[in-house]
Design a protein around this ligand. Structure first.
Ligand SMILES: Cc1ncc(COP(=O)(O)O)c(C=O)c1O
Length: 357
C-alpha cells in the first residue's frame, strides 16, 4: 500500500518499499539505477495540472502518442550534491529551468511553470535524500523531461504532454581516455535548426556517426559548422575548450550550439582568475597547426555529467594527434574550482548554489 501525503502544491504518493538497500553505490554505471520516486505533471485542457510524485515505474501510453512518431520531446540534465552537513545543493538550477522552456518553445511544447518545476523537484529530492551520497564525485543525476503524450499520428503539436523528473545516483564519471574526431562529413545541427535545444532527436542523430568514429578508435565527435566543416563547435554532450599556449578559446553559442551551464561557469571563473580567454570561432586549421607546432596544450569538454573532461588526442583528415600530459592543466584547475563550489566547500561568489530546503 502507498502512503499518501500532500504539500500545498505537490500531490505525493510514497513508495511502499525502497530499492536503496539493494543498490551497490560503489559500482554504479551512469544512468542505470533510478531512485524510488518520480515526478509527473500532466498538461491537458490547455493547462499544466498539479504535479504528482509517484513510485518510480513504467508509463502506460497510447502507441500513437506523438512522442513516438515525431520526437516531440525535450530534456535537461542536472545534479544534486550533499555537503558534510547533509545539506543538499543544486548548481544553477534556474538556468536548467530557463533552458528547458527555451527547448520546449522551439519544439512547440507549452512552457512549464517555474513554481511546479521547483516545488516538484525539491519535494522529490527531499524524498530521495538518502540516495545522495556525500563525498566528491558522488551526486544524484536529475533528468527532467517533457514528452508529447497525445494519441494520434497527425503531424502537428500535441495537446497533451507529461513533464517528468527521474533521478539516478551517480559516482565520479570517468569515461577512460577520450579521443575525439573532428567531423568532416556529418553535422549535428544547422542554422535555424534545433541545435541549441536539448531536443531528444539531436542525440539520436549523433549515434550513427559516433559509431563510425568509434570504429576508427575515437570515443566522441567534435561537431563542426554544417556549411563548411571548418569551425569547431561542440561535442555530443559537452561544450569544448582549446588551450593554445596559455590562451583558452571556446566557440560562441549560437542556434547550433547548446548554451552549456558548465561552459558559462568556466568562462566566469576564467575572468575571475585572469585566465586569458577568447570566445570566438575556432577553426580546424588553427587547432591542427597548433598541434603540429606544439602550441596546442589542451582540449577539454565541459558538461554536467563530467564537469570537465580532458581529451587526450584528436583525429582529422586521416591523421591522429596526441596532446601533452600536463601537471597544471586548465582542465584540472576548473574541475577543482567548480566541484568545490558544487559541494559547498568553497565560497560561492557568483551565487550559483541553491539550497534544497
Ligand atoms: C549538446 C550538449 N552540449 C553541451 C552540454 C553541456 O551543458 P551543461 O554544462 O549545461 O551540462 C550538454 C549537456 O547538457 C549537451 O547535451
Amino acid at each position: 500500500m502507498n502512503m499518501e501525503t500532500s504539500t500545498n502544491t505537490v500531490d505525493i504518493q510514497k513508495a511502499a518499499t525502497s530499492k536503496i538497500e539493494n543498490t551497490d553505490f560503489n559500482n554504479l554505471a551512469f544512468g542505470q539505477v533510478f531512485t524510488d520516486h518520480m515526478m509527473i505533471c500532466d498538461y491537458k485542457d490547455g493547462a499544466w495540472q498539479t504535479p504528482k510524485i509517484r513510485p518510480y515505474g513504467p508509463l502506460e501510453m497510447d502507441p500513437s502518442a506523438k512522442v513516438f512518431h515525431y520526437g516531440q520531446a525535450v530534456f535537461e540534465g542536472m545534479k544534486a550534491f550533499k555537503d558534510e552537513k547533509d545539506q543538499i545543493w543544486l548548481f544553477r538550477p534556474e538556468d536548467n529551468f530557463d533552458r528547458i522552456n527555451k527547448s520546449s518553445e522551439r519544439l512547440a511544447i507549452p512552457a512549464f511553470p517555474k513554481e511546479h518545476f521547483f516545488a516538484g523537484m525539491e519535494e522529490l529530492l527531499k524524498l530521495e535524500k538518502d540516495w545522495i551520497k556525500k563525498g566528491f564525485g558522488n551526486s544524484l543525476y536529475i533528468r527532467p523531461f517533457v514528452i508529447a503524450t497525445e494519441a494520434g499520428v497527425s503531424a502537428a503539436p500535441a495537446k497533451e504532454y507529461k513533464f517528468m523528473i527521474i533521478c539516478s545516483p551517480a559516482q565520479a564519471y570517468y569515461s577512460g581516455e577520450v579521443r575525439v574526431q573532428f567531423s568532416e562529413k556529418y553535422s549535428r545541427a544547422a542554422d535555424g535548426g534545433v541545435g541549441f535545444a536539448k531536443a531528444a532527436g539531436n542525440y539520436a542523430a549523433q549515434f550513427y556517426p559516433t559509431n563510425l568514429a568509434k570504429e576508427e578508435g575515437f570515443q566522441q565527435i567534435i561537431w563542426t559548422d554544417a556549411s563548411s566543416h571548418d569551425y569547431l563547435e561542440e561535442a555530443g554532450t559537452m561544450n569544448i575548450f582549446f588551450r593554445i599556449g596559455d590562451k583558452l578559446i571556446t566557440a560562441p553559442t549560437n542556434d547550433r550550439i547548446l548554451d552549456g551551464i558548465t561552459r558559462k561557469s568556466i568562462i566566469s571563473l576564467a575572468k575571475e582568475f585572469n585566465i586569458d580567454l577568447e570566445v570566438r570561432r575556432v577553426s580546424v586549421k588553427e587547432i591542427v597547426d597548433a598541434a603540429k607546432n606544439g602550441e596546442l596544450k589542451e582540449i577539454f569538454g565541459s558538461g554536467t555529467a563530467t564537469v570537465v573532461n580532458p581529451i587526450v588526442g584528436f583525429g582529422h583528415g586521416g591523421e591522429k594527434y596526441d596532446l601533452p600530459k600536463l601537471e597544471d592543466s586548465y582542465a584540472g584547475f576548473f574541475k577543482d574550482k567548480l566541484t568545490k563550489i558544487q559541494y559547498n566547500q568553497a565560497e560561492d561568489k557568483f551565487n550559483w548554489r541553491y539550497l534544497v530546503k
